[in-house]
Write a protein that binds this ligand. Sequence first.
Ligand SMILES: [Zn+2]
Length: 413
Amino acid sequence: MPAGFSVGGPQYHRRVTPHDVFSELVGQDEPVEVLRRAAAAAARVVAGEPGGGGMTHAWIFTGPPGSRRTVAARVFAAALQCQRDGAGCGECHGCHTTLAGTHADVRVVTTEGLTIKTEETRSVVLRSASAPTGGRWQVVIIEAADRLHERASNALLKAIEEPAPRTVFLLCTPSVHPDDILVTIRSRCRLVSLRQPPSAAVADFLVQRFDVAPEQAGWAAAASQGDVERARQLAGDPEARDRRAEVLSVPRRLTSIGACFDVAAKLEAATKLEAASAVAELDVAERTALERALGAGGTGRGATGAMRGAAGQLKELERNQKLRATRAQRDALDRALQDLIGFYRDVLVTSMRAPVPVVHGDLQAVSSAAAEKWSPESTLRRMEAVLACRDAIDKNVKPQVALEAMMVTLWKG
Ligand SMILES: [Zn+2]
């Protein structure tokens, strides 16, 4: 099977069926309709015709984790660059290069690297006023607009206030809360709210695109609780399935106070390991690139000073890489806690006989047994303990401490 292009996330083998770029936005019918109309209007503007209003120069994409905000921004950018009347055909040069990240008129301020650098962001924003080389649109995607520093935000605000005629800003942020985005920026943007896609839509996507067997797709879609990337991972990666099984064995392993501490330590270690393996490849590549740029070795006059500067840069890289590893561990912990919440939710809906489908269908026997044993109140306390743990980690409490506190409540109820 040939490797297809990828929209965000890791490379993945996909079925080669014709589809337009919007089909990436699983279960987002309303936003897709808005974006399609805007891209068509934008194409009319390019053709010198009246646009008809649907298009504007600044957009905000929001939505819960897993709703694929950045994918939505990239897909819209592709449609804006699409040579077939903004249809987002997925096949023309404009679509292709945008999705591959090589289009000359699409600049992405990404979160994949280390931190979002203020200077870099400012210079991207400042350069955005130039005319598009391809004659269509100059697009700037900011993948984590909520993490912009003040100076970068101000440059962005200025650019949005006085837009160049063919420049479009696509900002991605979890919400439009003032903590996430300046009110003054928000007020000048059109909002695209993505939702958590329904399980059935996610399952269908896995079947159509990745050739996952329907039963497996249904299970992965439910277990991922609407997170498309997570569903794709569960369907295609046995290690991800093993890690999930390990996390979901936690409730059964909590048999004593000693077990609570033991299970907390093991979960902490497992997420650290997962994070380390997630960033390892990128770490090495960055270090090699930096060493090459610094010209490893070198003798003669000035070499000592240069070496000292190089040592500083390497140290800076190491510091940033450590931050990224911490962030990756938080992501791994977050996935684990999300799985646990799903389990306790299943226990609750079972004991209340609520007519809703369970998240972890493969663990129904365990959640039913727990529903027999625990009162709904104690199940709720367990759910609250997981949420409190997540909150604590968000507020920089050491993961192990937060996990230990959570495990004790999960055990006692
Ligand atoms: Zn196209």
